[in-house]
Design a protein around this ligand. Structure first.
Ligand SMILES: Nc1ncnc2c1ncn2[C@@H]1O[C@H](COP(=O)(O)OP(=O)(O)OP(=O)(O)O)[C@@H](O)[C@H]1O
Ligand SMILES: [Mg+2]
Length: 292
């Protein structure tokens, strides 16, 4: 049964057991001969605590392991992404400065992380004032898109870690993106609010960004010890079919531990099943064409 969970021949770990998802061995992606322009992906769900930030950090780190140049954008005033990657958020230029001032240079706000190939633009609590300031701007939904255009050529993928809301910042993220990845926690209320999220994506497609695609729905915090987790996952698959990614992220305390350490799980516990699950996610997204 263990091979159903996290790739063939992978040992089953406590709390990281089998799902009833198909399990393709996605190939290790070939190195890229040249880099950029980036495909931009928003990690979005207005429900809090579903794994948006954890996925941004660990997908960013695993794509970087596979030689992709990755830029992660902290788009949440809580700054959890910045903290999880161990970068400065005070007395440095942040995404807020780039949104508010057309003369601010994105290059000045980009920080390297301890993962080679993974850079970040940080955020701090200042960003909570951005919605109010942007409301009266011309083309207020397109401001992040115009910021990211300036750095897109230097990266293969840009991941935007959205805050848990469907407000103007999230609409900016969706307007700037080629794709959306929706993390869903495998618990009872997982599907609540997803219809509204899909509706928001549809509106953005109609009015602002005709090219935006739903890249996938990622089941997170799957707990094999509960029948409940499996039932929720079944329901999600029933609702979204092949939009649900094969890769499923198990529930493990290694994630909070890694956040405290300010490192992706791939560095904190490189051989842990959860690190392998995020490598598989990176390979699956490359196989699906969501990432170069
Ligand atoms: N697979 C997992 N197993 C166990 N804990 C997890 C897992 N993924 C994330 N967590 C933990 O759950 C909490 C919420 O995760 P995370 O911050 O990634 O969610 P989020 O969707 O970004 O939340 P918010 O909406 O507040 O921004 C964090 O403490 C994180 O360490
Ligand atoms: Mg978050």
């Amino acid at each position: 049964m263990g091979d159903l969970a996290y790739g063939r021949g992978v040992r089953q770990e406590p709390g990281m057991g089998p799902t009833n998802r198909p399990q393709t061995d996605f190939p290790v992606p070939a190195p890229l001969k040249s880099h950029g322009p980036a495909r931009i992906i928003a990690l979005c769900n207005q429900k809090g605590g579903v794994g948006k930030t954890t996925t941004t950090i660990n997908l960013g780190a695993t794509l970087a392991e596979y030689g992709r140049r990755v830029l992660a954008i902290d788009f949440d005033p809580q700054g959890a992404l910045s903290a999880g990657l161990g970068v400065q958020t005070h007395d440095v230029p942040t995404i807020y400065d780039l949104l508010l001032s057309r003369s601010a240079k994105p290059a000045d706000a980009i920080q390297k992380t301890r993962v080679p190939g993974l850079d970040v633009i940080p955020a701090n609590i200042d960003l909570s004032a951005a919605e109010v300031h942007l409301v009266n701007e011309v083309a207020r939904e397109q401001i992040l898109a115009s910021v990211l255009r300036k750095v897109s050529d230097d990266y293969d993928v840009i991941l935007i870690d959205c805050q848990p809301s469907l407000g103007l910042l999230t609409v900016n993220a969706l307007t700037a993106s080629h794709g959306v990845l929706i993390p869903l926690e495998c618990e009872f209320f997982a599907l609540r609010g997803v219809a509204l999220l899909i509706e928001t994506i549809d509106k953005v497609r109609d009015r602002l960004n005709p090219a935006i695609e739903l890249d996938g729905i990622l089941a997170t915090m799957y707990d094999s010890r509960t029948l409940h987790s499996r039932e929720v996952l079944d329901r999600v698959v029933e609702a979204f079919g092949d939009k649900v990614l094969e890769t499923v992220i198990g529930r493990t305390v290694k994630f909070p531990d890694a956040s405290v350490a300010g490192a992706p799980i791939t560095q904190f516990a490189p051989e842990h099943a959860a690190a392998r699950a995020y490598r598989q996610l990176a390979r699956e997204l490359v196989s699906r064409g969501a990432v170069a």
